[in-house]
Design a protein around this ligand. Structure first.
Ligand SMILES: Nc1ncnc2c1ncn2[C@@H]1O[C@H](COP(=O)(O)OP(=O)(O)OP(=O)(O)O)[C@@H](O)[C@H]1O
Ligand SMILES: [Mg+2]
Length: 499
């Protein structure tokens, strides 16, 4: 029997009254790719970040290659062989890609009092090209990169240190097809070289495909570890949520149906190579899906419709005939927007759940005289927290302290609750567990039946097919295909227009 590369024994972690981990025992072996799955807030990020030196357990022991493992920090852990790609943003804006990659080692590039920038950029380019990325340069400012590119920089940064154990926290949903292939390639190589990977994802299909073993966490407890031959979707799901998932997952009907009334008309939008003459109409009572590869322009389309990105030409026209030119215009016309880049664009991390949700909902809980009462505000916020089962200690908890999926629920609640007539949802179910995904889909169906209009941008084909009345596919900034809802619509029908 070989010895584990990492042993975590009886690990307990609390945050105030919340028990994030309750005596968890986890052993990982050399050459193993271990999946970690569980509902939002079940403890996946916490256990991984303890192994990677980002935080400390309140009790329990760890052994790495048979020796006591007590990393002082994330950098210390990485230098000694355990690296982590974190769930949220693991890079810093305002500096270059190269400075991010070598953040803890800038000393290496000192030349007298100056920094040898040429060597810094060259080394960064090499670190990127080593993992197959040539489209990003060490000289690029971090701010100029997309969400996926920032994640790739983070991966390059960790891999550069040749870790023996790599922890990957919910990164797939930030990456497009190509980005994922890069990540899977890295995982495979680590395995071949006798290292180990701990891989967190909410995508059961993906995790069953890429992992050798799979551990389920629920409410801070390790429920069960499955060997590959024991993988069974239903069994894994049931152990995740502690009961069987009931009711429909996606919409049960296969009718493409919506009202004639137009909700948003987009006319000839142009934005560099991202949007080339894009026109579409979203109707009341319609769920219009927009799909494509991550860089096809669909995320920019969502931003432009909300007025958050100024197109070079073209127009977005609301039902009142108004041209949407700013988020303020959009909100006045009852348009809500969930951005894919949740931490930078959708949330104020240092503010409470209450403040984040209430910001958009003032019109709902304001009294007739226009006054805002504390109790009405609290009631409104609590309704949103309950509706989406946000796992938190209360409405006053700071959003930064929530688990990734629970942050996403706050964003969703902020826009769903406030009476938006039109919703632009960019990857709305990113990082949320299957139980909550189901609740979000049911909410979307309810909004549709109330005549609201939903534009859902998504990189997940099953979700687009499962929920949309029509699906528009984009490629290189253009709409390349339109598909009506039907029983027979399949992923392969659509993929042809994407690539
Ligand atoms: N800094 C913190 N302060 C307070 N509570 C925290 C903090 N970090 C995590 N928690 C809580 O600990 C629990 C476990 O959180 P964790 O982030 O590990 O969940 P997760 O399984 O990664 O969830 P997700 O799938 O949503 O990312 C949650 O209830 C969370 O709110
Ligand atoms: Mg997490």
């Amino acid at each position: 029997m070989n010895t584990p590369i990492l042993e975590m024994k009886n690990i307990t972690k609390k945050f105030g009254s919340v028990t994030a981990l309750n005596g968890v025992n986890l052993e990982v072996f050399p050459g193993e790719i271990r999946g970690l799955i569980g509902e939002n807030g079940s403890g996946k990020s916490t256990i991984s970040s303890i192994a990677a030196g980002m935080q400390k357990a309140i009790s329990g022991q760890m052994l790495y290659e048979g020796n006591a493992w007590e990393p002082e920090s994330m950098i210390d852990a990485l230098n000694k062989g355990i690296g982590m790609v974190v769930q949220e943003s693991g890079t810093i804006t305002g500096i270059t890609v190269a400075e991010n990659i070598f953040l803890a080692e800038m000393k290496k590039f000192k030349k007298g009092l100056l920094v040898d920038r040429k060597r810094l950029y060259e080394d960064a380019d090499r670190a990127l090209s080593n993992i197959g990325i040539t489209s990003i340069s060490g000289r690029d400012m971090m701010d100029s990169l997309s969400f996926q590119e920032r994640k790739l920089v983070e991966i390059a940064k960790v891999i550069l240190k040749k870790p023996r154990i790599l922890l990957i926290d919910e990164t797939s949903t930030a990456l497009s097809h190509d980005g994922r292939q890069i990540m899977y390639g890295i995982m495979k190589k680590m395995k071949e070289e006798g290292g180990s990977v701990i891989f967190i994802s909410h995508d059961l299909e993906e995790i069953m495909e890429v992992c050798d073993t799979l551990t389920v966490l629920r409410d801070g407890n390790l429920i069960r570890t499955f060997a590959k031959e024991e993988f069974d979707e239903n069994l894994i799901r049931t152990s995740m949520i502690g009961r069987e998932l009931e009711g429909d997952y996606y919409r049960p009907d296969f009718n493409c149906s919506f009202l004639d009334e137009e909700a948003i008309v987009v006319k000839n939008l142009c934005f560099y190579d991202k949007l080339k003459n894009v026109s579409l109409t979203l109707h009341r009572g319609e769920i219009l899906g927009i799909g494509g590869l991550a860089d096809c322009g669909m995320h920019e389309l969502g931003e432009a419709i909300f007025g958050a990105l100024k197109p070079e030409s073209g127009a977005v026209i609301s039902p009142r005939g108004r041209h949407i030119k700013s988020p303020h215009n959009a909100m006045t016309d009852k348009i809500g927007y969930v951005s894919k880049d949740r931490d930078r664009k959708s949330l104020c991390l240092e503010a409470s759940i209450k403040d984040n949700i209430a910001v958009a909902g003032m019109n709902i809980f304001k009294s007739g005289a226009g006054l805002i009462t504390r109790s009405a505000e609290r009631k409104y916020v609590d309704e949103q927290i309950d509706a989406l089962r946000v796992k938190c200690s209360g409405r006053d908890q700071v959003v930064a302290q929530l688990s990734g999926g629970n942050k996403q629920k706050v964003v969703f609640g902020k826009w769903i609750g406030c009476g938006s007539e039109i919703l632009i949802l960019d990857c709305p179910t990113r990082g949320v567990d299957i139980g909550v995904k189901q609740a979000m889909y049911q909410l979307m169906s309810k909004l549709k039946s109330e005549g609201k209009a939903i534009l859902m941008i998504s990189e997940e084909l099953p979700e687009l097919i499962g929920m949309s009345d029509r699906v528009l596919i984009m490629k290189n900034g253009e709409i390349t295909g339109e598909f009506k809802r039907s029983k027979d619509l399949s992923e392969s029908d659509i993929i042809g227009c994407m690539i």
